[in-house]
Design a protein around this ligand. Sequence first.
Ligand code: TXA
Ligand code: MG
Length: 353
Amino acid sequence: MKQTILLKVNPENPNLDKIQIAAEIIRKGGLVAFPTETVYGLGANALNADAVLALFEAKKRPLDNPPIVHIANPSDVPPLVQEVSKKAELLMERFWPGPLTLLFRHSNIVPSVTTAGLDTIAIRMPKHNIAIALIKTSGCPIAAPSANLAGKPSPTNAQHVYEDLDGRIDAIIDGGAASIGVESTVVDLTIDPPIVLRPGGTTFEALKRVLGDIKLHPFVEAEKELPLEKIRSPGMKHRHYAPKAQVILVEGTIEAMTYKIQEFAQAYILKGAKVGILATDETKSVYKANVVKSLGSRFNLPAVAQNLFSSLREIDAQGVDLILAEGVPLEGMGLAVMNRLRKASGYQIVKAK
Ligand code: TXA
Ligand code: MG
C-alpha cells in the first residue's frame, strides 16, 4: 500500500507550490491523478517505461490498451510523432486545447509500453489550467488514462479517484468536478478519411464541419459486441463503465420508453430486487422505484453527459441490483452518452415500441 497524498488546487489559479510537489512525483517516475476538462486522468511520465508500467498496474489495466499522452503545447507533438499532416494541423488549431485525441504514427523516443506495442500514439492537449501547469512543470509528456480502476465508470471528481485508487497511487490533485464529464473524442488520422474510434467531448458534427469527410467507426454506434477483427482501438474490446449492478438500457420514444421502464421496474421489484432508474428531468416524476435519479434535461445533452458517470456511481452506491437507463438521441453529446450507456449495459438493450 502506498500513502496517497491529497493536494487541493484552485483550478482558476493553480497553487504552484502544490503543482511543484506533484510534478516532482511525476519526474521521479510516480503516479499522480489530476483533473482535466473531460474526466480525471492518472498521470505518469510518458517517456519513462517503468512509470507507465506502474500506471497499468495501479489501474489493473490490460497491457494491450494504451493510454492517451497529454501535452501542454502543440509544439510538443513533433518529437513524439513521425509526421504532422495538414488535417492534424487543422484539427489541432481548431480544437486544442480541448476534448479531442488524435492518433499519429509515433517516433522512436516513445517506449513501447506507452503505445502497447502499436505503431501509433494517441495525443491530446487538455483544456484545464491544472493539467497544463502539471505537464509544463513536470517537463515531460504525461501518459494518462482515466483515473478509475479498469472497467469502472470514469472519475469526474477527486472523490471518485480516491474510491478507486487510494493506496495504489502517489497523489491525487483535487481541482473540483470535471466540466464535460465524458472522455475525449478519439480520431484516427493515420487513415483517410479519418475515423472516429471513440465518441466524446468533441462532437462528430463539429469535426464534420471542419474536415468535411470523416467517418464513424461501426463500434461507436454498436448495439452489440463487435467481432474482434473489426476492432481498431484496443479499448474497444474491454468491458467498460460497468457498475456493480446489472444495467438495462431502454431506447425508444419518450412514451414507449417510460412505459417499458416502469413495467420492468415493477416486475423486478415484485421479485424482490432493488431497482434504480436513470431518468431525465422530463420523465423522472413518472417512475416509482427504489431510487430514481435524473441526468438532467434531455434537451440539454451536454448536461446529461456531465452527470452521467457520477450518477452511475451514485446509484450503484445505493446498492441496487438493477439499473434501468433511458436512451437519449444519438446527436451532439448524445452519441458519447449512448456509447457509454450501451457499453455499461454490456449491450443489454431493449427497444421499446
Ligand atoms: O478524456 C480523455 O481522453 C481522458 C482524460 C484523462 O484525458 N483519458 C482517457 O484515457 O479516457 P483512457 O486511457 O481511459 O482511454 C484512452 C482510449 C482507449 O480507448 C484506448 O484504447 C485509445 O484511447 N487509444 C490509446 N492509444 C491508442 C492507439 N495508439 N490506437 C488506438 N486507440 C488508442
Ligand atoms: Mg478509461
